[in-house]
Ligand binder design. Structure first.
Ligand code: HEC
Ligand code: HEC
Ligand code: HEC
Ligand code: HEC
Length: 246
């Protein structure tokens, strides 16, 4: 019994440490020391000059900008996967006919979150890299695809034109759209400084960066323990209710 109690204490003690580590720095406080400061990632090789931006951007000799539609001075190898996107008969037709699920910044995200390209490989060190995001959901090891199969069918739809899907009117199956139009007034709930429209790629396309702020700057999770880089608090599902009229 005593041994059991000691074991219980040990479990409690070890389970709080990773939870704190997973929290990272507070929401909206910038990229330094956040989950995207790769120098702080356990098991990752640090940048030789302790640069932060260098894992993703470089001022010179960036990746070929014709590699895809959006390459903001990119310094990280791009995922080569052709992703299969979420499918459903009840989403708007325009959201079903996704041509490139990773249009815009999403392909940049998946260049680490695919679990195939190491998070710590970067400019000046393209060939190497040791730290892969190999886990699936519900672990801090954030590989968003299912294994190495290029499968995003279990993830919120991205890569479609939000402006065609939102607003009044009916879906193909006759149900209400019930998606708020991303006009000049639709801001994230609990984060009134950020317009949804500004987080749509080219003002139209829904991407990973519509919900997450990669630089941990304009996001606001309402002071919750876990950061997740989300634009609106998860409490009371304020993020979801920003767009979904439910
Ligand atoms: C973990 C990868 C990563 C790191 C580290 C990173 N960025 Fe970015 N950055 C991105 C991605 C992805 C985009 C495109 C995001 C988007 O469209 O929201 C981007 C876009 C940008 C842009 C263009 C669009 C904009 O938001 O203005 C600038 C400028 C920029 N980053 C500067 C920086 C600087 C400066 C640093 C270091 C202090 C930095 N980034 C660190 C991934 C990163
Ligand atoms: C250079 C590699 C890299 C790129 C590019 C990158 N990430 Fe990450 N991301 C990471 C790493 C590393 C972690 C931390 C994983 C861990 O703790 O095990 C992380 C964690 C996260 C988390 C969890 C944060 C938390 O509080 O737990 C989210 C959300 C996220 N990334 C979203 C994105 C999005 C969206 C993009 C593109 C706009 C992106 N990432 C681009 C490497 C990257
Ligand atoms: C509709 C909003 C939305 C979109 C779009 C979105 N995410 Fe997330 N993401 C979330 C929320 C909310 C969480 C918090 C965890 C949860 O609720 O499951 C999260 C969690 C994460 C995490 C960390 C925890 C985990 O589940 O592993 C990563 C990494 C991440 N997202 C990356 C991405 C990437 C990469 C994309 C694009 C392929 C993306 N997200 C698109 C809302 C979104
Ligand atoms: C930035 C706006 C936005 C946010 C934030 C957002 N969604 Fe969505 N969501 C959409 C759009 C647009 C669609 C696709 C259009 C449609 O349903 O016709 C969609 C699709 C979905 C679907 C698929 C519906 C179907 O018919 O298969 C579900 C379920 C869903 N979202 C749930 C959520 C949840 C849960 C959250 C919060 C974690 C969330 N969404 C956050 C805009 C958003």
């Amino acid at each position: 019994m005593r041994i059991l109690n000691l074991l219980m204490i040990a479990v409690v003690a070890t389970s709080t440490a990773p939870a704190d580590a997973f929290a990272g720095v507070a929401s909206g406080t910038g990229i330094a020391l956040s989950k995207h400061d790769i120098n702080t990632l356990a098991g990752a090789a640090r940048d030789d000059q302790q640069r932060i931006c260098a894992f993703c951007h470089t001022p010179h000799h960036a990746m070929d900008p014709s590699a895809q539609d959006y390459m903001p001075l990119w310094s990280h190898n791009l995922t080569q996967q052709n992703y299969i996107s979420y499918k459903s008969p009840t989403i708007e037709v325009d959201a079903r006919n996704i041509t490139d699920p990773l249009a815009g910044p999403s392909r940049l995200c998946m260049s680490c979150h695919d679990g195939i390209i190491a998070a710590d490989q970067h400019y000046g060190d393209m060939a190497t890299g040791t730290k892969f995001l190999t886990g699936d959901s519900f672990t801090p090891e954030a590989n968003m695809a299912i294994g190495a199969s290029g499968d995003l069918t279990r993830d919120h739809p991205i890569g479609f034109d939000y402006t065609k899907v939102a607003g009044a009117g009916a879906n193909a199956d006759g149900t209400d759209k019930r998606i708020f139009a991303a006009d000049g007034t639709l801001t994230f709930r609990g984060n009134p400084a950020v317009l949804v429209r500004d987080q749509l790629y080219q003002g139209r396309i829904m991407t990973c960066a519509t919900c997450h702020d990669v630089h941990n700057r304009d996001n606001n999770n309402g002071g919750a323990d876990k950061n997740y880089f989300v634009y609106a608090p998860l409490k009371d599902s304020q993020l979801c209710l920003t767009c979904h009229d439910k």
